[in-house]
Design a protein around this ligand. Sequence first.
Ligand SMILES: Cc1cc2nc3c(=O)[nH]c(=O)nc-3n(C[C@H](O)[C@H](O)[C@H](O)COP(=O)(O)OP(=O)(O)OC[C@H]3O[C@@H](n4cnc5c(N)ncnc54)[C@H](O)[C@@H]3O)c2cc1C
Length: 477
Amino acid sequence: MTQVTDDWDAIVVGGGVAGLVAARELATTGLRTVVLEAWASPGGVVGRHEVDGLTLDAGAESFATRGGAVADLAGELGLTARVVSPEPYGAWVRLSGGAGPLPRTGLLGIPAHPFAADVRRTIGWSGSLRAALDRLLPAAHGIRPEGEVTTLGDLVRARMGRRVLDRLVRPVVAGVHAAEPESIAADAVAPGLVASTRAEGALSLAVRALRANAPAGSAVHSIEGGLHTLVDALVDDLRAHGGELRCEVPVTAVHRAAGAARFRVEAGGRTLTALRLVVATPHATDLLTDVAPELAGLHTDPGADIVLATLVLDAPELDGHPRGTGVLVAKDVPEVTAKALTHATAKWGWLARLAGPGRHVVRLSYGRAGEGAPAVPEDLDGLTDVALRDASSILGVPLDRDRLRDSARVTWRQGLPVPSAAHRETVRRVRDAVSEVPGLAVVGAWVSGNGLASVVPDARRVAAALAETPASTRTNR
Ligand SMILES: Cc1cc2nc3c(=O)[nH]c(=O)nc-3n(C[C@H](O)[C@H](O)[C@H](O)COP(=O)(O)OP(=O)(O)OC[C@H]3O[C@@H](n4cnc5c(N)ncnc54)[C@H](O)[C@@H]3O)c2cc1C
């Protein structure tokens, strides 16, 4: 079979947000850039689906405001006027003993004000008293020596005690990162938290300082119409700069002959070549072992599989948002299988207006760290029954099939790598090995950390550096 050859200045493998951001960065410098995406549509975890006639986010639905990188990108794409804050109803936690509010002025559940009424309601007076001890402890208490990793679990337990850890932080971390606080580096999920605790002298003060840096005081924002509209804008801008996106083109192999300048990328029966290659697929080491042999055997933590059940309900009782914008569920609540519930029509005003009074969108999330495949039925009907039962229990409103207008199921595999110390060390070794190969770069949540606030600035930085590197005529190996 004769192979068609396609020559480019830059090839990006993977059209999730990381790949699209990197490709746009390369294309804006004038490099002829193509993105090769395996799926039928771009965006990766920032996907969309239609449920009951509403176009909804099928994966990520908001972005952390920290650092401002996503808002800056949205601005460059002309989306600033559509950036929205969640409604100010607060979020809740469901514990074995009942439900309680999460701190409104917290970070990952860590309270900025241990005696605030919402904090006391969930952890009790004794929990608040213990948490307040944080202010009296030496600044370095709970922080590992330089060069060692301080886990979020160790930091919170040492400074604020078990109640803050188990009743507030653990459910939040399970819901957001599908991980246990003891297995993740504090700085991986809350950049600057450790240094700020040391500088401010207390964890609660560090939380206040980091929150003060969040524009408009809100820790997350999204985009009217859904976060997935960011993907549309990225693709449009990429094309406006001469870049190309090809979907349903899974890349199967990457080579570069010894001494050759161009990478050869095999995809869908074609060979594409380029001087620069960005790999933006999760856990890409296997794809790269031919061009960077040091990557062989280096595997990053794939993280838990997540199943999302979306319910659209006729339920006017939910107009009063009984559990705020959503609920994170502790592990030891036997009557609930979900780890989190987002009341999307309570959280996003634009969606409530679109859905109309009495119609509600509720999304439940399943899959915890170390549990393998989430323990929910494989079929949509079975999952819907579990989700209705969970939503009734979590929201305190009876919700049965009579209320159901439509439902949907989405499974995300390996979408949330656990940012453990071991994972971070593997990433360091991956980046070292990649930096030895001229013209090669890796981006994406598996190397930058989960969430658009980490993915976007990293992909921009890496792609900008790659664009500046003079195209080599020979490799250094
Ligand atoms: C359920 C869920 C909810 C989340 N919610 C939020 C949130 O609200 N806010 C937030 O900031 N973050 C959230 N995250 C995390 C965030 O979505 C991710 O960190 C981010 O979207 C990852 O982007 P990425 O481009 O690195 O990877 P992905 O989105 O995984 O994109 C990788 C792309 O590569 C493609 N690909 C894979 N293999 C190949 C191949 N061989 N050839 C070609 N293409 C290939 C895939 O099809 C995919 O499109 C969530 C994650 C999950 C799983």
